[in-house]
Design a protein around this ligand. Sequence first.
Ligand SMILES: [Fe+2]
Length: 342
Amino acid sequence: MIFEQIATGGCQSYLVGCDKTLSAVLIDTEASQVDRYIALTTRHGLTIRYVIDTHTHADHFSAARALGKRLGVPVVSHRDSPSAYADLRLDEGDMLAVGDLRLQVLHTPGHTRDSICLVMEDRVFTGDVLLIGGTGRSDLPTGDPDQLYDSLFDKLLKLPPELLVYPAHDYKGQAHSTIGREIAENPRLQKRERAAFVAMMRELNLAAPTHLTEALRTNISGGKTVAGLLAEATAAVPFMALSELNTRQAGRANDLVVLDVREQDAFRAGHVPGARNVPRGQLELRVNDEFPDPTVRIVVVCEFGKISTLAAATLRDLGFLRTAALDGGMKAWREGGMPLET
Ligand SMILES: [Fe+2]
C-alpha cells in the first residue's frame, strides 16, 4: 500500500494507492492543497481513480470538485450528500475497488447525515465521526447526537480493536490511533450510556467554525470560495509594483491610466495623482464611456489590492488587454509615503 497523510492545519487528507496496479484514491482533500496532491500522486507514479469526501465539511473547503474535474475522475460521497457535483453516491455496504485495495463503506451519521467511514485492510478512515481523543460535533447542520451514538457504539467501535484510526481532523499533530485505544482512552467514549452521551454532546456549546457558511455554500454547490475567486483573478492579470508606478508618476509618464475603483469618498480623501475614479460596482456599465480606446494601458488601484485584482480581471475579460493591477493598494501607497492628490 502507498500511503500519504497530508495535513492542512488540523485537516487531514489521505492519498492511498495500490502498489501493484498504482491505482489510488484521495480522501477528504482541502482546496488550498490541490497542487500538492497532484505532485504527490505524480511522485508515486499513481493514477487517481476516485476523490472521496467522507461527509459535507462545514469547516474547510473541499478540493473534491476541482480535483474531480482536473483528473477526470468521479467525486464520491454518501447517497445523502447534498453535494450538487457528486458523481458516485454510495450506500452502507458498498465497496470501492481501487486496484487490489478494497474500501468498505460504513454509513455513520451523527456528525452529519451523510457521514461515511471507510474500512481498508488494517485501517479505517473515520472522517469526523471518531477523532483521536474526541468525536465530531453533532450540533452543525444535519448533525444528531443520537445518530452519532449509534454510529459509534453500534458500528465503529465494534470493529477490531487493532484497526488503525485515521480521522479527517487532528489538531495535536497525532497521525493515527486505534479503535482499542480510543475505546480505552477517548474521554467522550467513556459516556457509554446513550442518554449520558447525548446529554454530553448537547452540552458542549462549541463556537461555530470559522467560514461555516462559505464552507457549506461551496462544498454543497461546488461554487467558488472567495480565495479561489481571487486566485483565479490573480492568475489572469499582470501586476505593477508600487515603486514602478511611483517612478512612472514621478517621471510624468503618460502612457498609462491609473484607475481607482474605490468608492468616491475614499477616492476624494486621497488618491494617486492623476488617477481616475470608477467605483467597482459601476465598472462594467461605465467602462465604454470612460475608456473609448480599448488599447489603453490601465493600472487598477483599490484600498488593499484585492478588489483591484478582480476589477483588472473583469477589464481583461471585457477586452482591455493591457490592464494590470497594482501589487498592493492605497493603504500601502500611503504608508510608503508616496504622493497623494486630494
Ligand atoms: Fe466535519
